[in-house]
Design a protein around this ligand. Sequence first.
Ligand code: URA
Length: 231
Amino acid sequence: MDSKQDMREELHGLVRGLKGHIITEMDSPGRLSNLYMTGKALSEETVGKPVTLEDIRGELGDCQRCPLHQGRNNLVFGEGNPNADVVFVGEAPGGDEDIQGRPFVGRAGQLLTKIIKAMGLTREDVYICNILKCRPPGNRNPRPEEIRACEPFLINQLQTIKPKVICALGTFATHTLLGTNVPISALRGRFHSYQGIKFMPTYHPAYLLRNPGAKKQVWEDVQMIMKALKE
Ligand code: URA
């Protein structure tokens, strides 16, 4: 990867962040943009109290910003350490997550939990969330309008946590956050940048359940994350 490509990705990330600000401001003028204004990523001391994950959850409320609310049992906000050094971002809740209101608690989630343990961490040490907070029917791929409605909240979560590393789980999270369609096989294995945060794409645990041979590559990616966390 050359530095031009890195810069292109960085620029993409910034544009996406800006898009999030604009969409949010258009949808709910004032309040949520205040979250951005007070986010840790911006000059905290000038605007007062830093935003907490509880503030962002409160802002989401009984979200009806896209049609996915009609079929959900529970909104899956995300969970873990609000000061985590590493945030895992998946695609969207599946059936188990929708029932429990917690991210990555089904079969793929159990594998993610094992990966986190292999890193010498627990689920309570890290933060786990998704691109979408509600389950798409039949686990279909998220739609652009659903992402547009949901992404500002994820951006706020990431800005508030300000981790050292973001690990994108799977093609969908990687493409959405990096704003690219380059195959994940060509993106994984090295750090990218998401709004100045080290960003590692790797295969989704559900993919690993179907293709156990790819575990070796995920382990390589995870080892790079572990090294970066020690820096
Ligand atoms: N797959 C995801 O992408 N997210 C979850 O929370 C569960 C399964």
